[in-house]
Design a protein around this ligand. Structure first.
Ligand SMILES: *Cc1c(COP(=O)(O)O)cnc(C)c1O
Length: 340
């Protein structure tokens, strides 16, 4: 199957599996796993931060960040569609007593910073204590401009807030902009980075920040049941991904662009099809109605291509999608549209 549902569907390569099998390991709850220790140091250095902590998922590293920055009764400012608000089952509120203050997201994936500033609560016992702004890069495949991130940093400094980045796909932003991980991370107090998306590992995320912050996160991770033992086999996959799967994200971006261009050409003949610009590894296609989207999705599936079945259909390129796969998808799309 050609699976365009997400970049989380990648299979670990043979070389990655070999690196995992060969990794020296130890009990990481005792701090004894050399592969984990080295990976954490490597990522901290790449991100220009003091320390790093590995966790099972990006949901967990984001939760660790929120729990480590905020106390019960504190508030975090966030986008309605950002992962840390919408897609993490309310973990910050459920487990941390942390109050979300969500904002509508602008067309470019940012939050309107003057709207954000207006919602920062004054010091008054009626209100929660505004503590943190949580941003995302990339958001739905869009790269957030770095000058915006610097403005967000200034806003946080002005009001004594912390700034967290959900950088699940921050390496896509790095490859797309040419900015290093350290440059992209610089405005932030903490960054959560996923390795199981475009980087192609089976599991694993890393949280970076100051030493003190990571110590707090470490305690929360244990409390959440996230302490792992010989997890160096996972760190070895992540290390392998850093060596071999970053520069190649440019291929995913090129494939997304190819997909975008082919679909945009089809859209010139189908008025009810609309294709959004692709900046990294995602293409969004809008259908006139859900039924048309589902018909196309079903036809694709019958012919070996997996996609979402939603009216705004997300197509994601990744490690296991080749140029010829994209060409095949475009051929099938054309056939499917002729049937709608
Ligand atoms: C995937 C993702 C995460 C983390 O998800 P996990 O599946 O828990 O690793 C966080 N933020 C964004 C934007 C994501 O796409």
């Amino acid at each position: 199957m050609i699976d365009l549902r997400s970049d989380t569907v990648t299979q670990p390569t043979a070389a990655m599996r070999a690196a995992m099998a060969a990794a020296p390991v130890g009990d990481d709850v005792f701090g004894d796993d050399p592969t984990i220790n080295a990976l954490q140091q490597r990522v901290a250095k790449l991100a220009g931060k003091e320390a790093a902590l590995i966790a099972s998922s990006g949901t967990q590293t984001n939760l660790l960040a929120l729990l480590s920055h905020c106390q019960r009764g504190d508030e975090y400012l966030v986008g309605q569609e950002y992962h840390t608000y919408r897609y993490e089952a309310g973990g910050a509120a459920v487990l941390g007593g942390i109050v979300p203050q969500p904002f509508e997201i602008e067309a470019d994936g940012t939050l309107n910073l003057s709207a954000v500033e207006k919602r920062i609560k004054p010091d008054d016992p009626h209100f929660p204590i505004t503590r943190l702004l949580s941003l995302e890069n990339t958001h739905t495949g869009r790269v957030i401009p770095q000058d915006y991130m610097l403005k967000a940093r200034r806003l946080c400094d002005k009001h004594g807030l912390k700034l967290h980045l959900d950088g699940a796909r921050v390496f896509n932003a790095s490859v797309a902009t040419g900015l290093s991980l350290a440059e992209l991370s610089a405005p932030f107090d903490s960054v959560s980075i996923c390795f199981s998306k475009g980087l192609g590992t089976p599991i694993g995320s890393v949280l970076v920040g100051t030493k003190k912050f990571i110590q707090r996160a470490h305690r929360w991770r244990k409390m959440l049941g996230g302490g792992m033992r010989q997890a160096g086999i996972v760190a070895a996959a992540m290390d392998h991904a850093l060596d071999h799967h970053i520069e190649r994200l440019a291929d995913d971006h090129a494939h997304a662009q190819l997909l975008h261009d082919g679909l945009a050409e089809l859209a010139t003949q189908h008025a009810d099809l609309q294709v959004e610009p692709a900046q990294t590894n995602m293409v969004y296609v809008n259908f006139a109605n859900l039924e048309a989207a589902q018909k196309v999705s079903d036809y694709l599936r019958e012919n070996g291509v997996l996609t979402a079945r939603s009216q705004r259909m997300r197509l994601v390129t990744h490690l296991n999608i080749s140029r010829s796969d994209v060409e095949q998808v475009l051929t099938l799309f054309k056939q499917a549209l002729a049937r709608v």
